[in-house]
Write a protein that binds this ligand. Structure first.
Ligand SMILES: [Zn+2]
Length: 110
């Protein structure tokens, strides 16, 4: 089996599409999984590693220009942030600013 230009192109394409070395070997035919990996390394194709993406953004989709007041329980599916336009320089909208500062003054007074 020779690595013709066509086969190399196929290898590159399939590797880029995220197929496993075994799948690429089966597609090309007449080549082993190890040969595919060896060829890919010699071509400088990067080794794919599964890096889990941070999921923080799922829980906090609002930007810092929107009210960050949590609505509901974080454990519940309907949990979300208020999302209304925040007061300038504040993390919350007008009504939630009022609630936040009232809570603060209440606890310090008590
Ligand atoms: Zn709010």
């Amino acid at each position: 089996m020779e690595w013709t230009e066509e086969r190399v192109e196929t290898l590159k394409t399939l590797w880029g599409e995220g197929l496993s070395a075994r799948q690429i070997a089966e597609t090309l035919g007449g080549v082993t999984r190890n040969a595919v990996i060896g060829k890919a390394h010699r071509m400088g194709l990067s080794t794919r590693t599964e890096t889990p993406k941070p999921r923080l953004s799922v829980l906090n989709p609002v930007t810092d220009r929107l009210c960050q007041w949590p609505i509901g329980n974080p454990d519940e599916a309907e949990f979300h942030f208020c999302g209304q336009s925040a007061e300038t320089g504040r993390p919350y909208c007008e009504s939630h600013c009022t609630m936040a500062y009232r809570q603060t003054s209440d606890s310090s007074a008590a």
